[in-house]
Design a protein around this ligand. Sequence first.
Ligand SMILES: [Zn+2]
Length: 470
Amino acid sequence: MLEPFVRENLPRLQRLYDRAPAPARHLLTSARGWVLTRLRYSRETFAILDDLRSHESWDGRQIADHQLQNLQRALNHAVDTVPFYADYPRLKLQSFEDLCRLPVIERETILDNQDRLLSRALPARQRIRASTTGTTGASLRVAYPENLARSNWAFLLRQRAWGNVAPREPRVTLQGPRVTPARRSDPPFWSYNVPERQVLMSIFHLSERSAPAYLGFLRRHRGEVLEGFPSVLGILSDFALEAGVRIPMRATFTSGEPLYPQVRAKIEAVFGAGVFDTYGMTEYCGLIQECERGQMHLAPEYGFLEILDEDGKPTKPGEEGYFVWTGFLNDAMPMIRYRIGDRGRWQDGALCPCGRAFPLVVPTITRESDILRCPDGRIFSARALNQLLKQSTSFRCCQFVHDEPNHVVVRAVARQTIPNGDSAGDLMQIRSNLQDLLGPSMRVTAEFGSTPVTRRGGKIPLIVCEWSPP
Ligand SMILES: [Zn+2]
């Protein structure tokens, strides 16, 4: 019950946290860690993990059987308990092809039906609400059952095992939580989560000036597990390379945004060891994880993946198409044939040398973005600023246009043709949060546009930098 409460009250708890002195912040981080630990390292989690590990010896037939059974279960559950799917035909799935009789749903449809997609089988108090911004900066409110935190963690632990990392090994994390108040310019830029043996480092305080503190702190934690958003670890790697510093870590796990080959190379050069990437999403309907042989495997117990071309036809191996997911685990908000907006291809050819028969998928990079350089020296990655967009549901798209060294425009495209009170309020809120985060050296304004700012190939970058840094 605690986790839904924390999620619902995150902004209020964050204000309380920001006003606390560093030792109290460590205590609060650990308190939050304790809540999560009870879910993540429960007996049920380890039972699921054992099960998942036993599936690694499955052959193609066993994988297909499992997927077909779970598709049927997911479909029955959706039709029986979710208003949005009530009119769907009651299919008896004989093969994967039967699924094609159901429509593909777009992200836009999900945005318009967020409440009708909730299952009536789950009482509201067992639902956790979260927000995701996907590839366009348009925020979506999703729901998932409290117990999904356990299975989700079991999948994470399975991948850790592929990297020879045991549960609860000490780790350093650079992800979304705001662990250090925005205005702070001196260390600590980190907070301790004692129950999980984890250090959370701020992704909002990276600058030339703070780099020595970050690198010095990481050196004290060398040999531990490193995890974070690729762009953030990339910025950190740049600092390390400039300083001629190498910090060998036990293994590095990336997730939350695409990992570009050049960023991977930098991370490997600085932190040594292998990088294990993950493709997942807050809708919790699919998962792709990198193994110790550097291949991306579909997790067949998590969801069913179709890769479809523009006409909705399955692509051939090696051909790029749209990811269409049907999730097996999220009973609170089931997704049946959900075209999420990301693209990728089935990998052509033989089995992975790791020996697992889980299908190989290559997610293709969907969103290129610039970084934002604040006049006070701090550097923000797209993923760091993305955190600001999570609470706003009234936009089709939202971008940060950095048009002058000390000026940035929050530029949103509203979901309605004429922006209404909600969208104007959301935009002002984001402007104000960004101003708080960037501080007085940057002027933040906001405006509505009719279409997003696009780059070659129709890409919509989150940060658009219109001037050249010296
Ligand atoms: Zn493999």
